[in-house]
Design a protein around this ligand. Structure first.
Ligand code: EPZ
Length: 419
């Protein structure tokens, strides 16, 4: 298992090329199951999760190739409609094959994902929607078996916005008989990106990106033809946090600032400066941040995927910050590691109280989940001295060559390979 050795306290300045969004690429890869043929997807980030999804689709009979940011999938010969536990347990987004498989083939066997480091993460809302569309759902030895002759369009109202639940049912509805209305749908930009890709395949979708989405079922779809996924807003936000906490001056290229309104507004309040131009988004960190509170919420609120990175910023801000995580029940795994670096954080129920200290100190620390590992990178870059972040396979799941991007802006970062 690789580690990252980071020597903190260096001024960071330069350009960062933002990669395509992991959470857009994953559902769009599963959309290739909706019809046979050769699909080409562009601006796909080189990540562990993308490789895992490629392995899952290949397990089902697809031909998968990743080359310089382009994924090619040939899905005419899907033999097995099973997503096995050993793959699903490493990546919950595997559940996104469920909707497309039932829609195209009428059946699917998908391992229940089980919990993960940040919470129980059930998929009951995905299954509720498929049942309403006429699928017969049974649970057998940890697998969901979904079966339907042909899904029927209907009205589905989510108890709460679910990103992959909205994506699964939007894809299933594309080939259903009749019209489906999704209410209280998630509004994340990755959902609008998936809808745009599905529309290019011939789907009839209105309202994606809002809380009511209407899908008119069609009989067939065309393969994806060189669709370029939207930039990764969480990678963008992570580099904003890096500039913020290191007094850096970064130009983020190829990003979509309009996908980060809540994050930019909050960071401006802490003293970070933003300048948008044709070249990209320039982010300038202050000499010292001012502590501000956050409460995570579904899009367009402050994203839960930026909570850990913002907490790292607040550990060295002037004042005290109250952080409320409302989406996942256990998304504070980074706290213990930040405390090892001298952060003053206390947890009370769902809230974290962060009292800013003058300086963090480098230390050996452990990554526990994807965004927690990003938070440790932010902290290590501003800490005094050297940190070694262990188990950075968590980071590699969602950040494309993060160490190389950091070195290009002046960070002293070295990847230590366990082999
Ligand atoms: C997606 O996960 C993202 N993953 C997550 O990003 C992100 O943190 C999350 O949305 C919230 O924005 C992908 O897009 C691949 P949810 P998802 O369903 O879809 C509850 C990252 O770091 N819920 O929107 O699994 C659930 O427990 C990852 O890139 C149910 O109760 O999240 C949670 O409390 C981490 N029943 C809330 O809804 C369901 O059937 C939101 O979860 C589904 C969800």
């Amino acid at each position: 298992m690789d580690s990252l050795k980071i020597k903190g306290g260096r001024p960071l300045k330069g350009e960062v090329e933002i990669s395509g969004a992991k959470n857009a690429a994953l559902p769009i890869m599963t959309a290739a199951l909706l019809t046979g043929g050769t699909h080409t997807l562009c601006r796909i980030p080189n990540l562990r999760d993308i490789a895992t999804m490629g392995r899952l689709l290949a397990h089902m009979g697809a031909e998968y190739r990743f080359e310089n940011g382009t994924v090619t999938l040939e899905t005419s010969r899907i033999g097995t409609r099973e997503a096995p536990y050993d793959l699903v347990k490493t990546m919950r987004a595997s559940v996104l094959v469920l909707g497309p498989l039932v829609a195209r083939f009428g059946d699917a066997w998908v391992s229940l994902p089980g919990g993960c480091a940040i919470g129980a993460r059930p998929i009951n809302l995905h299954l509720m929607g498929l049942e309403k569309m006429g699928a017969k759902i049974t649970l057998e030895s940890g697998y969901v078996h979904a079966k339907a002759n042909r899904l029927k369009g209907t009205r589905i109202c989510f108890d709460m916005p679910t990103v992959t639940g909205t994506e699964n049912l939007m894809m299933a509805a594309c080939l259903a008989k009749g019209t489906t209305i999704l209410e209280n749908a998630a509004r994340e930009p990755e959902i609008a990106d998936l809808a745009q890709c599905l529309a290019a395949m011939g789907a009839k979708i209105q309202g994606a990106g809002g809380s009511i989405i209407e899908i008119q079922g069609v009989d067939s779809l065309k393969p994806i033809d060189r669709y370029a996924v939207t930039p990764d807003r969480i990678e963008t936000g992570t580099f904003m946090a890096i500039a913020a906490v290191c007094g850096g001056d970064l130009l983020l290229k190829g990003c979509r600032p309009d996908h980060l309104d809540a994050v930019i507004a909050k960071m401006r309040d802490t003293g970070v400066d933003f300048h948008e131009s044709k070249k990209g988004l320039r982010v300038v960190g202050p000499r010292r941040l001012v502590a501000k509170d956050i409460k995570t919420a579904p899009y367009p609120g402050f994203p839960t995927d930026m909570q850990a990175q913002f907490m790292a910023m607040m550990t060295v801000a002037k004042g005290t910050s109250i952080i409320k995580e409302t989406i996942f029940e256990n998304r504070y795994m980074h706290v213990a590691e930040l405390q090892r670096m001298g952060a003053d954080i206390s947890i009370d129920g769902g809230n974290a109280t962060v009292r800013g200290v003058d300086k963090l100190k480098g230390a050996p620390i452990m990554a526990t989940d994807l965004r927690a590992s990003a938070s440790l990178v932010v902290a290590a870059l501003c800490a005094k001295g050297e940190s070694v972040i262990h188990r950075i396979y968590h980071l590699d799941r969602g950040y494309d060559h993060m160490d190389e991007k950091l070195r290009r802006i002046g960070a002293q970062v070295e990847r230590i390979s366990s082999s």
